[in-house]
Design a protein around this ligand. Structure first.
Ligand SMILES: Cc1cc2nc3c(=O)[nH]c(=O)nc-3n(C[C@H](O)[C@H](O)[C@H](O)COP(=O)(O)OP(=O)(O)OC[C@H]3O[C@@H](n4cnc5c(N)ncnc54)[C@H](O)[C@@H]3O)c2cc1C
Ligand code: SF4
Ligand code: SF4
Length: 644
């Protein structure tokens, strides 16, 4: 790799006047990679095996360092490569293909799937939304099910469905800890000695050269590399003691695998645009715990439980059993749960306390905790997969399949497909232009199971626009007909329901108003107050598994916020925050890092931020949900627990 510090800055955004005066170190490589998740794991695993011939001579030669193999460098923002937060159960079709002959259950915390069940959980507390007037169909269905429970096999306030629909099944798959899996993959890649992976290095932005006078952005613009985040700044990003401007890394190809809320992918979308009609609006927040089960829990490794129905009809849940008495248990709070006070931590605790699950979890000990958002728009959220000098892989490229409930293997496989394309182009000495990447990477992706299944999933969730019951029926029909029959087209704009719409049938408008004012005055959360009022009991903490949200931050992993970086969360227009009624960014902050600040503008404490991205998705301040009022940049740190 060649490095020098003399060159002037080339690609800066015009509005960043201050930035133009900063001299940055420059480095040139062949391939710059952003983010290390399963997608990048698939990319680097495949590519690293092809850079050298079996005799050690160079197979794919570098343009920047002649005589050496392609120079590849990957930057991950989190402090460790085992940062991933995920379930995870996966069919691992793509992953297995990358490791023929390897027993993947040897990876720490991995187990072959042995038993899989889909379970419908009733509401034993009569506190969830189904207990109010809406959704009526749920309430009616629950009554019928309860009264006919002796026929359907009602036990522990739940029904085990007689079969798991084929589109959801993971019977031939693996239960994994994503943290352990990422760690294992990065060890393999590092052992190849031909690729560098640097954790703790947030990439601030892509370097984009504009050439759009005669062409549109996707044809004319070229991504020429990336800029790392500045270090030694104050919280606002101004130079401070030990200021080190982030380096500019020039590369013929930039591989963007920065996941659901990555700043690099979002900045490319902002500058180059999205394909017509595409948008990333469907998301979910996944929150999980890793629990050490008591010795006689009766759960064997490889057990997979998918749940629906509780704590709210919209919230899906899971319990996956790893070896050595460890289990991952968690929930997904989706964007179509339109409550203006939606939250996750308290719901997760109520979920674990459901009688069907608690009989297994009681007596367990919390080992780790985590939260991360998922981009669930799938095909509808697919950005331009390639452009001049760049390619997108993984969840940020729309690979996650919401119908199958699967993202890891899809992300991995898109990484493998890009690596194969890069090998083909490098062997033929063809440039990483949009056309060439289309003809190699995009073609592979379009011909693969990832794309075929994403088409089936594309409209499967449309029914949730009209409610939970239509949503679930729509998903089942779409899955069982292979995507031939799907609910009607997606609405272009959906708004959060107002407090009154969501809770007016149970709490009078005057009381809601009073609660809101009291919570605002005390700086406490409104969701807690409303949940109490709707009949959710207080959680009685046991200090082991049922612990406070703040204790989970301390005991469930370590939250790291290295000094010298700017705050990665800020609030664009304070006046919008002042006028914001429910302050959902505060209510649903996974780390309680956003609190009600002075003057009704939220305050951000990055020492508590777990980098889940929920605040970015949650804020719909401009009313149409496309932009929001949160500026979410690349940041270092976040929650670290290799068990997640
Ligand atoms: C609670 C939960 C449960 C899940 N359960 C399952 C499951 O059971 N099965 C399944 O298949 N999938 C599951 N998923 C989804 C799955 O985890 C994702 O689809 C998958 O991790 C996507 O992989 P990726 O490599 O595209 O992105 P990610 O795993 O998100 O990796 C992207 C990486 O990029 C890094 N990054 C972001 N921005 C920058 C930057 N600016 N600079 C440097 N690095 C950056 C991030 O820190 C991250 O490590 C679950 C997700 C969650 C949250
Ligand atoms: S960031 Fe958005 S959600 Fe949070 S207070 Fe401001 S406007 Fe409301
Ligand atoms: S501030 Fe941090 S922890 Fe809170 S929602 Fe945003 S990313 Fe998640």
């Amino acid at each position: 790799m060649s490095a020098d510090s003399q060159e002037p800055v080339a690609a800066v955004e015009p509005q960043k006047i201050e930035q133009q005066t900063i001299e940055r170190q420059q480095m040139a490589v062949d391939i710059a990679c952003v983010g290390f998740g399963p997608a990048m794991g698939g990319f680097l695993t495949t590519l690293s095996r092809s850079l050298l011939n079996p005799d050690g001579s160079v197979r794919l030669e570098s343009a920047t360092s002649p005589g050496l193999p392609l120079q590849v460098i990957c930057y991950e923002r989190a402090d460790g490569l085992g940062f991933g937060v995920s379930g995870a159960v996966t069919r691992a079709r793509g992953i297995r293909g990358s490791f023929p002959g390897v027993d993947l259950t040897e990876i720490p915390m991995a187990a072959a799937v042995k038993k899989e069940k889909l379970v419908y959980l009733l509401d034993p507390l009569h506190a969830s939304r189904r207990s109010s007037l809406r959704p009526l169909a749920f309430k009616a269905a629950d009554r019928v099910l309860r009264s006919l429970g002796f026929i359907f096999g009602l036990k522990h306030e739940a029904f085990e469905l007689p079969y798991t629909p084929p589109f959801m099944r993971k019977h031939d798959g693996l239960v994994l800890s994503l943290g352990q899996f990422n760690q294992w993959v990065s060890d393999q890649v590092a052992a190849s000695g031909v690729v560098q992976i640097w954790p703790g290095m947030p990439v601030a932005e892509p370097l984009i050269e504009r050439n759009t006078i005669e062409k549109n952005a996707i044809e004319g613009d070229t991504v020429t590399g990336v800029r790392l985040a500045d270090q030694g700044t104050d919280l606002q990003g101004h130079p401070d003691l030990g200021f080190t401007p982030g380096m500019d890394l020039r590369a013929a190809l930039t591989v963007v695998g920065d996941g659901p809320v990555g700043a690099v992918g979002r900045k490319i979308d902002a500058q180059i645009g999205m394909p017509r009609g595409h948008e990333s609006r469907e998301w979910a927040l996944g929150m999980k715990m890793v629990v050490e089960l008591r010795e006689d829990s009766g759960l064997e490794p490889g057990t997979v439980l998918h749940t629906i129905g509780f704590p709210e009809p919209e919230i899906f849940g899971f319990l996956y059993v790893h070896p050595e008495r460890l289990a991952s248990v968690g929930i997904f709070v989706p964007s179509w749960f339109r409550s203006p006070v939606r939250t996750a931590y308290r719901y997760l605790q109520h979920f674990m306390l459901h009688p069907y699950l608690w009989r297994y979890l009681e007596g367990g000990t919390l080992k780790s905790w985590g939260a991360k958002s998922l981009q669930e728009s799938g095909r509808h959220g697919e950005p331009y997969l390639v452009g001049n000098g760049y390619a997108r892989i993984g969840e940020g490229s729309g690979s996650t399949n919401v119908l199958a409930g699967s993202g890891v293997d899809e992300a991995w496989t898109t990484g493998v497909q890009l690596a194969e394309a890069v090998i083909e182009l490098a062997e033929q000495k063809r440039a990483f232009t949009r056309e060439n990447l289309e003809a190699t990477y995009v073609r592979r992706r379009r011909e693969s199971w990832v794309d075929e299944e994403s088409k089936i999933a594309a409209d499967s969730r449309n029914g949730f626009q009209n409610g939970v019951v239509t949503g679930m029926i729509g998903m089942a029909v779409a899955g069982l007909t292979g995507g031939w029959v799907t609910p009607a087209a997606r609405a272009s704009s959906r708004k959060l329901t107002s407090l009154e719409e969501a809770y007016g049938s149970r709490i009078s408008p005057a009381e809601l108003k009073q609660m809101q004012e009291e919570c605002a005055a005390k700086g406490t959360s409104l969701h807690d107050r409303i949940m109490d009022r709707c009949g959710w009991p207080q959680i009685s903490m046991d200090g082991k598994l049922l612990i406070s949200h703040q204790d989970a931050l301390l005991m469930g992993g370590s939250v790291q916020a290295p000094p010298g970086y700017a705050n990665h969360v800020s609030f664009r227009r304070p006046e919008l925050c002042r006028a914001c009624e429910t302050k959902l960014c505060v209510e649903m902050c996974s780390g309680q890092a956003i609190t009600r600040g002075e003057d009704a503008v939220p305050a951000f404490d990055r020492e508590k931020c777990v980098y889940c991205g929920a605040c970015l998705w949650n804020c719909e301040a401009n009313g149409d949900g496309t932009q929001g009022n949160i500026e979410f940049n690349a940041g270092a740190g976040g929650l670290h627990s290799a068990l997640n």
